[in-house]
Design a protein around this ligand. Sequence first.
Ligand code: UDX
Length: 447
Amino acid sequence: MKVTVFGTGYVGLVQGAVLADVGHQVLCVDVDAAKVAALQAGQIPIHEPGLDKLVTSNHANGRLRFTTDAAEGVRHSEVIFLAVGTPPDEDGSADLQYVLAVARTIAEHMTGPRIVINKSTVPVGTADKVRDVIAQGLAARGASYGFDVVSNPEFLKEGAAVADCQRPDRIIIGTSNPASEARLRELYAPFNRNHDRIVVMDVRSAELTKYAANAMLATKISFMNEIANLAERLGANVEAVRRGIGSDPRIGYHFIYPGAGYGGSCFPKDVKALVRTAQDTGFEPLLLNAVEARNEAQRNVLFERISAFYGGQLQGKTIALWGLAFKPNTDDMREAPSRNLLEALWAAGARVQAYDPVAMKEAQRIYGERGDLVLVDNVDAAVQGADCLAIVTEWQIFRAPDFEQLAANLKDRMVFDGRNLYDPAQVASYGLGYVSIGRQPVQPKGH
Ligand code: UDX
């Protein structure tokens, strides 16, 4: 089947490559000429396991092509995906300008019937807006082609995007049009073997499903972070509590890890956008407000612990930082808790020696050259000459450090762990102090 994908960000590029890999003829369109040129030359703009190979092999066999020519994109296929960005605007609502701009382009260049499939995370009601824009565009041209706007949200996780897209838990198809449903069933047939993953529903429910999924996951995390704060104050251990509640299959072990707060391009943005959507209907979402507030507070917890240890005197201190990406296996630093920590440490007069396996270039791009940020290229260099160590991302390489070396190199022999990577008793056995999330702190030997 021929398919066009507008937008070559995380969602569009992965979706395009995965569809091409099962045999569809995919044309990806992006307004960013430099990005399209890079993709044509086999350069992948994001770090995502397996994506490089998938893009280059399908580009080489001609099933995956890239262009800036929107008219060609609209002509290429009856099936058009919208996978452009929906960044938050000032009040937290999703900004639809890119989605609606593509809708106008589609109306301008349509030469026959089209199915427009929205993959971007967009507020409930967006499919109706896209439909209106296309209808107006067609009317302005005096054209009257049939078209449908379908919601088909994407649930991929960064760092596992290709695998998630190739083996989805569910494929949500939001349409009340049987012909569109049949077309999407055909398109997704290669991903729907063995058992039926397709859930068909009306378009508004499909749009809300995406927000509900992310808000539920964010709620689990904020809930656990709240319990972690309580555990610290009550002399309990949140890791024991986590195992205890996770064993109930109604709760489950997934997404109940306390930490330095959730980050990334989805949860913070989508929870805020859903709050706005609710408020726009005159409904105050009490629970979502609390999920958001807990996360904002949680992002500062690590800094507060470090600052408390130094009695608020961080001027001239050197903090080693392990992890910059918002989670492992990605170089994405959007809404990363590391940024809250970095910025708070700098504001307090500290300097930071940071290491991340893949996000260093991204940190450089965001913060540029500055005297209070030294980016080093391995875990040991980060702790050389540092007063203490802070950990914000649970990369594999941080899981079994040389504790003896840490005790020898860190002047204050303190580790502040925002991801509960270690057993406190083990860290303490090296004479190190250890502060983690939801567990009782350990003082360094001799402190
Ligand atoms: C998320 C959803 O998982 C995905 O389905 C959706 O399509 C987009 O948003 P992503 O943002 O890539 O994906 O990352 P995810 O692995 O879900 O992690 C989000 C954040 O939650 C990270 O900052 C992570 O560190 C944090 N997290 C996750 C916790 O703090 N505790 C947990 O138990 C799980």
